[in-house]
Design a protein around this ligand. Structure first.
Ligand code: MEV
Length: 310
């Protein structure tokens, strides 16, 4: 790259409890993990991502970030430790890292502003979203999204009638193993599918309420360092998400095969493919089983920082 450049990086995230229901304003819990997406920018004649010119049909998150910050034509380079569409927050990480790099280029980087702008970009591009992915990629560590405001509040976000209080959440020492199915699914259509179901079915609305309750019970276990209790809630959450129609045969197979060696396991993120996560004290066995069942396993480091200006 010629001329001055600015860079930032953001972590991947794993949702432990509450995905999908959080879009309806229910609570959710997530952690940042030790895989990062790095982004570098410089001024250019035409806007591009990794050498490909931006157009109306491609890289909508990148174009939306440039528009959000009224940026001049910018060349964007990214490289990532994790695949896109894997349920680990690749679109949130690219959005957060790019907005942070753009803010750094004008000397105006602030974590809460990046979190807000990133949430707005996700809503615009995806159609519907909650702030959990973008807040986790921004703040790092652990995140609790809830309706009520607690003393650990980081920021509040709202959209139409929905409101989310985003908190810093202390994460106990724990081992997570992620299993990627190898199948990528964009989040937007899955979120829209759940909305259609919820709009037309009291049963689906009850499932969303129950995910909210299971999440809060999981948070109580987590705050006491009770990994067995947290794991039980994760497994229960997986069953509720499956009833909502966002699991797949591959995800169910990976989840059920690791359960004998885990406190709990579930799909993580939007589902429809993507990844599952297991909470375990037997990571080697879980990694081995995921591999034998055709998934791509890795042990996820937690307690990692959020967005960083590089
Ligand atoms: C996707 O990682 C999480 C969802 O709940 C969508 C969102 O919260 O924006 C499915």
């Amino acid at each position: 790259m010629y001329g001055p450049t600015w860079g930032a990086s953001a972590p991947a995230k794993v949702i432990l409890l509450g995905e999908h229901a959080v879009v309806f304003g229910k609570p959710a819990v997530s952690v940042a993990i030790g895989l990062r997406l790095r982004c570098r920018i410089r001024l250019a004649a035409v806007p591009s991502l990794n050498g490909i010119q931006l157009g109306p049909q491609n890289y909508s998150y990148v174009s939306a970030c440039l528009a959000k910050r009224n940026a001049p034509p910018t060349a964007v380079l990214t490289d990532s430790d994790f695949p896109s569409g894997s349920g680990l927050g690749s679109s949130a990480a690219v959005t957060v890292a790019l907005l942070a790099a753009l803010a750094a280029s004008t000397g105006s980087f602030k974590e809460d502003v990046v979190a807000r702008e990133a949430f707005e970009v996700e809503c615009d591009v995806q159609g519907r979203a909650s702030p959990i992915d973008t807040s986790t990629c921004t703040h790092g560590k652990g995140i609790l999204v809830s309706r009520e405001r607690e003393s650990s509040l980081l920021w509040e976000m709202s959209k139409d009638t929905r409101r989310w209080c985003v908190h810093d959440l202390p994460v106990p020492k724990m081992t997570l193993v992620v299993g990627f199915t190898g199948k990528s699914k964009p989040t937007g259509p899955l979120v829209a599918k759940v909305k259609r179901y919820v709009d037309h079915s009291t049963f689906a609305r009850d499932m969303v309420d129950e995910i909210g309750e299971v999440t809060m019970e999981g948070v109580r276990h987590m705050s006491k360092g009770d990994l067995e209790g947290l794991g039980r809630m994760m497994t229960k959450d997986h069953k509720l998400l499956a009833i909502l129609g966002v699991s797949t045969r591959e995800l169910d197979k990976l989840v059920s095969s690791v359960l004998p060696y885990s406190y709990g396991a579930k799909l993580t993120g939007a589902g429809g493919g993507g990844s599952m996560v297991a909470l375990t004290d037997r990571p080697e066995e879980v990694v081995d089983i995921i591999r034998r069942k055709g998934g791509q396993p890795f042990t996820a480091e937690t307690g990692v920082p959020g967005v960083k200006i590089d």
